[in-house]
Design a protein around this ligand. Sequence first.
Ligand code: SAH
Length: 244
Amino acid sequence: MTFAATILTLYPEMFPGPLGTSMAGRALERGSWSCETLQIRDFATDRHRTVDDTPAGGGAGMVLRADVLGAALDSVADARPVLAMTPRGAPIGQARIREIAAGPGVTIVCGRFEGFDERFFEARPQVEQVSLGDIVLSGGETAAIAILDACIRLLPGVMGAPESGAEESFENGLLEYPQFTRPYEWEGRTIPEVLRSGDHAKIAAWREARSEYDTRLRRPDLWERYSGARDQSASGARRDMKDD
Ligand code: SAH
């Protein structure tokens, strides 16, 4: 099955861009995914093919017109989820990426300038407003490329070893443990001895402990959610035991 990506953009030449090389590029050639672009400007109705106008209430920059965006999106009406790239959206996470990758594909709307006329979202409630994080990009295209990359690597047969996907950061709510490789010694630093022990249980325990430690230190937000969920399921299990 082909994962079909449709991108609404003012810069179709930016696609597939970096997704045309390496793992994603080979998957594109094999037909594991497809990449179609729609030029938003083609849906402008005036002689000058205007897609934007000045912000109501004043201020710098230009705003993408709701009527043009609405017509562009209506031309691809189908069952795939629609994401609009905006720093005002909810930060996308690995769980949502997995859901999208398991489906038929995705339509992504890329903003430019000061962003979208809000009525586009009001009138097309199927559009999910998505952010890549608390940064401001110059356009939604690079965010769309990042999201597509995250989906494509999860498609069946795209990644070399399937298990390398399951152990990744965020898959279990934690950051991944740190990795090491040869040479054994570099600038006086060695690889943790346990990783050379060949004792798989000990290695797994070390990795789990480092994964938890690093998450607590680096991402207190993730840690809070993870430990909260863990404590809750533990107290649930205790309740179950009492009920027996
Ligand atoms: N004025 C807007 C920023 C516009 S940046 C604001 O302050 O919220 C121009 C376009 O870049 C946006 O419409 C969006 O499509 C894209 N973009 C910028 N930052 C982004 C982010 N963190 N995540 C997703 N898209 C982003």
